[in-house]
Design a protein around this ligand. Structure first.
Ligand SMILES: [Zn+2]
Length: 243
């Protein structure tokens, strides 16, 4: 499994850090997690075409994870008409929200684009990639995703509960799985809250993604504290991780 981070910033962009979006490649197939930036820009820059994307998984409906959906649906509706990823979204109503805006731009949202509502538990399995959704306490409906492919398990936390996400959300997911990779947010709490769950259930590789400058020093502090126990890396836009 290969992960390429398209956007790694927190709620707002930082210099050279766009909002959330990641490309997952496994078994010759491609998938996206979140579209807080315009993923087609990054796909094209990598020499890939939107037709290659099998599915788009959205963790929750906040703009820093979804604003790129407008761009994506726009281009698929009038230009990349052969591209038909299935969009997995946390709530119904997404196509109804996209349609009037695209219409104002003179574009009819393609009727054949499929939007499916995510349910907790295993909600996707195409024989290559299996995706499990865990509820998080971030907002009324928000998810972390466990991706399983090629014998590897990768967690994307999405956004978690304000103030206590690592203890209330991350610790719960880690209880039942050993992650080969965990891409974890740090925009809503001090990173040191990860220390206990990471020591108890260490992933093979822990990656700060969607971290705020406000908590960056605590992220670096945690990395130093866990040195020799859990390898900690920092996602940057364009960074690739092979599992
Ligand atoms: Zn959010």
């Amino acid at each position: 499994m290969r992960i390429t981070f398209f956007g790694t910033s927190h709620g707002v962009p930082e210099a050279n850090r766009k909002c959330s979006s990641s490309l997952i490649e496994a078994g010759g197939k491609k998938y996206l997690i979140d579209a807080g930036t315009n993923p087609i820009d990054d796909l094209v820059t990598m020499g890939l075409r939107p037709e290659a994307v099998a599915a788009v998984f959205i963790t929750h409906l906040h703009g820093d994870h979804t604003d790129g959906l407008v761009h994506f649906a726009d281009l698929l509706s009038w230009y990349y008409k052969e591209a038909s990823p299935v969009f997995y979204v946390p709530k119904p109503g997404v196509p109804d929200a996209l349609r009037p805006w695209l219409s104002l731009n003179g574009v009819a949202l393609r009727d054949d684009l499929e939007f499916r509502v995510i349910r907790e538990g295993v909600f996707y399995d195409d024989g290559v990639l299996r995706v499990t959704a865990f509820r998080t306490g971030h907002i009324d409906v928000s998810y972390a995703f466990l991706l399983e492919a090629e014998g590897k398990k990768a967690l994307f936390t999405g956004d978690m509960k304000h103030e206590t996400g690592p203890l209330d959300d991350y610790a719960r997911f880690a209880e039942s799985h050993v992650f080969d990779f965990a891409a974890a947010e740090c925009a809503h709490f001090d990173a040191m809250l990860y220390e206990a769950p990471l020591r108890e259930h260490p992933p093979k590789l822990f990656c700060f993604n969607h971290y705020s400058p406000r908590y960056e020093e605590s992220c670096r502090h945690l990395a130093r504290e866990l040195d020799g126990t859990v390898p900690v890396i920092f996602a940057t836009d364009g960074r690739m991780v092979d599992l």
